[in-house]
Design a protein around this ligand. Structure first.
Ligand SMILES: [Zn+2]
Length: 414
């Protein structure tokens, strides 16, 4: 299959992209627009062709459960964890699999082909983890799935938390998670980070920690995670998700912290719709936005990307799989509608996220790499955001995975 009349990010003019089997075999500049001649030729219509979108932070084991059995009435993160503990008692293997599959279909329909999901392993039966390990295998034709062993109720403050984490990795989780700000004491938060970094170093897993997901300016586990990553030289394999307390740190502390963060080389994930909804809940006015310093992290040359976190679960009642919606909201919330930010906005849901997931040469629009790509509905990043553009075509392993027909508007004379 070939794609003609494609615009590529960062390259002038039009291009033809050739695929052979499941690989990209050639990318050739076109002197002028072409007419499709072969049946297996797709016309991008002078719109952008990109690598697939990436979902770097979602909880597929919790999706589509909002209100079961009770709604989160306060809208806080902590009530969300309480409501999830009630729903978790009802989780079955089939229930988890069918909700995860429905959600993966939503992601696929919006051009996502790489997903990192956190799976709650503070459950001695591992019902959700067993289900998600099967989903990972059964969904390979749709997405590449990384599973994080995520201790929702703590490593140190949940019974047998350390053993559960170790067992989850032995069962096949790809990434070690954590939640230090939720542990009962500050000391437990620190020892939980050391434990999870030991586990990852020993097993060769990646790391992705729910870190300082609170407006509490005293929540300072990011410095612990970054220092552990720096000393062990594991930074590129380590991700700090949320870090929303950074939005409440004073500038003097943050200035010092940034030096360590840069040295550590860790990655960051922000979930802007989730955080603007869950945080700021204990504030009067002025009310904090409850996000990490996305623009500052980006401008300091560190790697940051956006994720959806939740789709219709105890923490967040909305969501439809469309990460472009998260990108647009995030750019607004983070004061990133400047011209230069808009020129490269798609980095936040493509290349930056792929780096977080350590996809390496399994990702990207280059000859020899997997023929996984998208045709979008606009010619550049700015126009995709402004027009609330859509994914028109998703191709995986050189084959059509999804096509969308844009809505037609008909105007009538007065
Ligand atoms: Zn999360």
């Amino acid at each position: 299959m070939n794609i003609i009349n494609a615009r590529l990010r960062g390259k002038p003019g039009l291009h033809r992209i050739e695929m052979e089997g499941s690989r990209i075999s050639a990318i050739v500049a076109q002197a002028q627009p072409m007419q499709a001649s072969l049946p297996a030729e797709l016309d991008a219509g002078q719109n952008l062709v990109t690598a697939p979108f990436v979902e770097p932070h979602i909880h597929l084991d919790a999706t589509l459960t909002a209100g079961e059995p009770n709604w989160n009435m306060s809208g806080t993160l902590f009530e969300g964890i309480e409501r999830w503990a009630e729903r978790k008692a009802l989780v079955t293997h089939q229930d988890t699999k069918s909700r995860a599959r429905k959600t993966i279909d939503m992601l696929v329909d919006n051009g996502i082909q790489h997903v990192r999901t956190h799976v709650d392993v503070t459950d001695p039966s591992f019902a959700a983890l067993r289900a998600m390990l099967e989903v990972r295998d059964e969904s390979r034709h749709l997405i590449d799935l990384q599973i994080v062993a995520f201790p929702q109720e703590g490593i140190e403050s949940f019974k047998n938390g350390r053993a559960l984490m170790t067992e989850a990795v032995a069962m096949g989780a790809d990434v070690v998670g954590g939640i230090p700000h939720f542990e009962n004491t500050r000391e437990q938060g620190v020892t939980s980070v050391k434990f999870l970094m030991d586990l990852a170093e020993r097993t060769g897993c990646l790391v992705d920690v729910h870190c300082d997901e609170t407006d509490d300016a005293q929540s300072r586990f990011l410095e612990v995670l970054a220092e552990e990553a720096r000393v062990r030289e594991m930074g590129e394999r380590v991700t700090a998700s949320h870090t929303v307390a950074m939005g409440s740190y004073d500038n003097a502390y943050c200035y010092k912290l940034f030096r360590l963060l840069k040295q550590s080389r860790i990655n960051f994930v922000s979930c802007p719709t989730e955080s603007i909804h869950l945080q700021g809940r204990f504030d009067g006015y002025p009310k904090r936005r409850g996000l990490t310093r996305v623009a500052e992290i980006d401008r300091a040359g560190m790697n940051i990307c956006f994720g959806q976190d939740s789709i219709v679960d105890p923490w967040y009642p909305l969501g439809n799989g469309n990460i472009l919606r998260i990108l647009e909201a995030g750019l607004h919330i983070c004061h990133m509608l400047g011209y230069e930010d808009l020129q490269r906005a798609l980095d936040l849901i493509t290349d930056n996220s792929a780096r977080t997931l350590q996809l390496g040469d399994r990702y990207g629009l280059e000859v020899g790499r997997p023929a996984n790509l998208l045709i979008l509905s606009a010619a550049d990043d700015y126009e995709m955001i402004r027009s609330q553009g859509q994914v028109l075509t998703s191709i995986r392993d050189g084959k059509l995975l999804m096509q969308r027909s844009p809505a037609q508007v008909t105007r009538f004379p007065a």
